[in-house]
Design a protein around this ligand. Structure first.
Ligand code: GMT
Length: 373
């Protein structure tokens, strides 16, 4: 099969998932053409059967902003023609799904099928904005196939956008060979006295509630020696800095910025914090689970579908810093409990969210769409 993938190249979950899917499909012998404004960071090394196409932006004095969507549509149509694409798979509705629809119009009668995967805020936040709502609804209705990354998200699409067409839930997945428990000590330099290592990975947007992660950590370290690794960049970074200074915990909190290889950091950590207010799935937590790291977080949106409360971690209401702290301390202070939850986390990732199973699911879905009217 020839599959075009359009996604964001940055450190967000939708781009990660799209890239990992592309790599997995290419490894199975399919031709994959990734279309984006720069090379997705997760692409890493060279992969046979996988091609990257940069969307080039041309500016002109008339344009206040160079029209990215138009350049993307044009690039999609160009690649689809040259690579004889069967499918254009758009990840995140804005602007990829509508751009794929437009590319398809250009290509009629040799048009590929358009598959759209909705990831989260394209439905629950940005897509609800009046400036995008009708466009997102149109794109969903006019895709040949639509998938959602959780049951929560499927229900939101139906409820918020009054969608009646079928939507397939295909959970996000993780490469359990790369994200695995090991005796890595790469981040032990931050914990020279064997302190517990607590990790938070996000894009530092307000809905991720990184300040709650810091507050939980501050309380954890009152009771036991611990350090916090904050991975990511975003608008709340300065607030996070200020809070760390206000709480006087600068020596034990380390801002690592964006990291391309979190699989080197996660295995040597003891706990992952996910205090999000909005999270349709929580791919970052799944990657931690795959490394055998227990998760403490919130029961928001789709998180409980991934982080099973009491089995692979503990979930509390959004903003319940006390509750999250209690669970975190209970886990970190009890090696038997920690060992059990860590083992469960790894097992759940392998048995329920492996790349192999879910890439097969996507392929079956493509075949169904290609066989359709
Ligand atoms: O808006 C974001 O948080 C970024 C977004 C993305 O496109 O990277 O993340 C969403 O997609 C991920 C991959 O499917 C999910 O794991 C995240 O839960 C989801 N984020 C939200 O729903 C807030």
């Amino acid at each position: 099969m020839n599959i075009g993938i359009s996604c964001y190249p940055t450190h967000g979950g939708s781009g990660v998932l799209a890239t990992e899917l592309g790599i997995g499909l290419a490894e199975r012998g399919h031709r994959v053409d990734i279309i984006s404004y720069s090379v997705p960071f997760r692409l890493g090394q060279f992969h046979a059967n996988l091609y990257f196409h940069e969307v080039e932006l041309t500016s002109y004095p008339l344009f206040k902003h160079p029209p990215y969507e138009l350049a993307l549509i044009n690039k999609m149509a160009e690649v689809a023609k040259a690579a004889n694409l069967d499918i254009i798979h758009a990840h995140y509705a804005i602007p990829h799904a509508f751009s794929a629809y437009m590319a398809k119009q250009i290509l009629i009668p040799n048009d590929p099928k358009v598959v759209t995967t909705l990831h989260g805020t394209d439905i629950t936040l940005v897509g609800l904005d009046k400036s995008y709502y009708d466009l997102v609804r149109f794109s969903i209705q006019h895709s040949d196939g639509v998938t959602a990354v959780s049951n929560f998200l499927k229900k939101s699409i139906i409820d918020e956008f009054k969608i009646t067409r079928p939507i397939e839930v295909i959970y996000n997945f993780v490469d359990t060979d790369r994200f695995r428990p090991n005796s890595s000590d790469t981040c032990r330099c931050y914990a020279p006295n064997n302190e517990k290592i607590v990790v938070h990975v996000s894009n530092f947007r307000s809905k991720k509630r990184v300040l709650d992660a810091i507050r939980v950590f501050a309380k954890i370290q009152e009771g036991l020696p611990a350090i916090l690794l904050l991975i990511g960049e975003g608008q709340d970074r300065n607030l996070a800095n200020e809070l760390v200074a206000e709480l006087g915990i600068q020596d034990t909190v380390h801002f690592l910025g964006n990291q391309d290889y979190v699989e080197s950091i996660l295995p040597c950590s003891d706990l992952f914090l996910l205090p999000s207010e909005k999270e349709s799935f929580g791919l970052a937590a799944l990657e931690a689970m795959s490394c055998g790291v227990p998760v403490v977080g919130t029961n928001a949106e789709g998180i409980p579908e991934v982080v099973r409360h009491g089995e692979v971690g503990f979930l509390h209401d959004v903003g319940d810093v006390e509750g999250m702290t209690e669970s975190a301390v209970a886990l970190l202070a009890d090696p038997e409990l920690h060992g059990r939850i860590s083992q469960n986390a790894r097992t759940l990732a392998v048995e329920r969210f492996s790349a192999d199973t879910h890439i097969s699911h996507y392929l079956e879905f493509y075949e169904k769409i290609l066989a359709g009217p």
